[in-house]
Design a protein around this ligand. Sequence first.
Ligand code: ZN
Length: 301
Amino acid sequence: MTGKIYGSIEGGGTKFVCAVIDEENQILVEARVATTTPEVTLESCLEFFRRQEHLLGRLTALGIACFGPLDARRSSPTYGHILETPKAGWANTDVASFFANGLGIPVGFDTDVNAAVLAESLWGAGKGLTNLVYYTIGTGIGAGAIVNGGLVHGLGHPEMGHVYLPRAAGDEAFMGVCPFHGGCFEGLASGPSMAARWGEPAESLTAEHPGWELEAGYIAMAMVGVICTLSPQRIILGGGVMGTDFLFPMIRQKTIEYLGGYIRAKAILEGLEAYIVPPGLGGRSGILGGKALAQRAVKRK
Ligand code: ZN
């Protein structure tokens, strides 16, 4: 094989997807490892990459797009760790060093959503943009942001899934499902919140179900919040809940309504079809994001 190949991990609460990806973004091989204990899951991932190095050649670097909260600040003593997570057994796990030591190659590490927004900015729906936000709305709600060309790492990383939103009329009695905040954005609008509120999973609700009106309203409130805060040039919405084609037009319409004519940018006046969009990379934003993190780790070296 000629050309560089990269390892990528998309680490989630139920599975770790491992892949080897070439310079043209072709996924050469991919495997899924169940998320059990860190010892078992990380060891299985490491074995996968060792085996692939044997078959395909030396990996140039590895990128890890991981569930959080985590520490992606390189100057921090706990860089590369998953932090206090409700996911049993995973709190304070040093993920980045495990692979850096195990494979002896540069390792990049960031949140799954920061990785996804990076990949979308390089190759997807945000190509060429310097201010971009990516949300995943599914089992949980998370968001990654690029501001002035750089991923946001300040205090830690953005947690835009946990902003508080005003309650919609008629939804005041619902407690919300976030274990930390009850009725934050994730607590009110994640897939599990829809299942808890309506007694059936989001994917089984028909297009006419009132749950979608409520869902679009909460997402639109979050859109107004991020438009007013970060002034992104585009917002990408991915994740399981966004897999329904009728939801995007409802969100766009409510976002315009809630903005109240205040922001007069061309993209907003034009109706948001090209502004609030699905991922350009489909379901591959996360795994290609891992590759993008790997490439950055090489440049940094
Ligand atoms: Zn929350």
